[in-house]
Design a protein around this ligand. Structure first.
Ligand code: NAI
Length: 333
């Protein structure tokens, strides 16, 4: 199979991690033509916008992008590239598999769960206004269409990946109409997937349970705001944002990204950990139907973690980004 993929290396540590992930994917034998594009502060400098038209056209054409971290310039008028891409390309499903890695210190070394977050509405619709001075209204949008679409996504994903349970987390006891609709859509969709257990938790209880007994969850389904918070909470359970992958999936295109930032404190030193972007790359390969290459990269990466000799600085080692990538590539030979 031949693929053309939009590559957004990003800035800061972005190009350092992206170039090494590209090397690993190519070493696994995947035939890719990369279309490289700027976004964020770099694009603003060159094109006067953080999200150039050419970039959007490239993702729309190729249907898939791999994205490193992007600095969003501080100041008024510069929309976050991440939010912008989600809106423009209608990337409605945010998928975050959360799994501990061997030899990486964390609270739950056995944890293996998946967060599915609705990516387009809730309080992130950005509908806020001042009612009178001192009183602000922020509107939470929940629609039957988006709630049904994301519930279907969660169950379809679970069926495909052999997951056994989907748990919706909500606050329908208080927000009876909005979260109530989200929950109702979840329950309706669940009827079409009788082999998968469908249950629900109130979000505050779900958070406590996640910290105390996270192994009871398999796939979790949340609206946008809860999903944003809970997915970072879960990353913290397995060692932090530098390790976990993320995908934003839509019908026009899908963007696989590192969720950590551009790490200006270590940029340019070649010491960043490329694991988060690499794991997003593995997700991307599975999405593209390159299961064999994805499995090969994943098992080589896990072996390197298991042996524990080549580790980047953030997880207690001394290896450079490129040395870690070389170790994975040598396992694939
Ligand atoms: P950050 O994630 O860049 O850094 C937080 C800490 O984690 C730093 O000490 C950094 O060295 C470390 N770190 C992050 N990724 C690492 C990696 N792969 N390997 C080793 N260490 C790593 O968060 P911060 O400092 O809040 O944001 C910096 C910039 O990144 C900001 O301009 C922000 O707008 C942008 N950002 C972009 C994101 C994206 O494009 N998805 C997400 C979050 C922030």
């Amino acid at each position: 199979m031949k693929h053309t993929i939009t590559l957004i290396p990003g800035d800061g540590i972005g190009p350092e991690v992206a170039s090494n992930v590209v090397r690993i994917i190519e070493a696994a034998g995947v035939d890719v033509t990369w279309e490289t594009h700027y976004a964020g502060a770099q694009a603003l400098e060159k094109f006067g916008t953080t999200m150039p038209e050419e970039l959007l056209a490239s993702i729309t054409r190729n249907k898939v992008a791999l994205k490193g971290p992007v600095t969003t310039p501080v100041g008024k008028g510069f929309a976050s590239v991440n939010v912008g891409l989600r809106k423009t390309l209608d990337l409605y499903a945010n998928l975050r598999p959360v799994r501990a890695l061997p030899n990486v210190p964390c609270r739950y070394p056995e944890l293996d769960l998946v967060i599915v977050r609705e990516n387009t509405e809730s309080l992130y619709a950005g509908l806020e206004h001042v009612v009178v001075p001192g009183v602000v209204e922020s509107i939470k949008i929940i629609t039957e269409k988006a709630s049904t679409r994301i519930a279907k996504f969660a169950f379809e994903y679970s069926r495909r990946e052999g997951r056994k349970r989907v748990t919706a987390a909500h606050k329908a006891n208080i927000m009876k109409l909005s979260d109530g609709l989200f929950l109702e859509c979840f329950r309706n969709v669940a009827k079409d997937y009788p082999e998968i257990v469908a249950d629900d938790r109130i979000i505050d209880n779900a958070c406590m349970q996640l910290v105390m007994r996270p192994e009871q969850f398999d796939v979790m389904l949340l609206e946008n705001l809860y999903g944003d918070i809970v997915s970072d909470l879960c990353a913290g359970l397995v060692g932090g944002l530098g390790l976990v992958p993320a995908a934003n999936i839509g019908e026009i295109g899908s963007v696989f990204e590192a969720v950590h930032g551009s790490a200006p404190d270590i940029a340019g030193q070649g010491i960043a950990n490329p694991t988060a972007l690499l794991q997003s790359g593995i997700l991307m390969l599975r999405y593209l139907g390159e299961r064999e290459a994805a499995d090969k990269i994943e098992s080589s990466m896990l072996q390197v973690f298991e042996e524990g000799n080549v580790r980047t600085r953030d997880i207690g080692g001394t290896a450079k980004t490129a040395e870690f990538a070389d170790a994975i590539i040598s396992k694939m030979k």
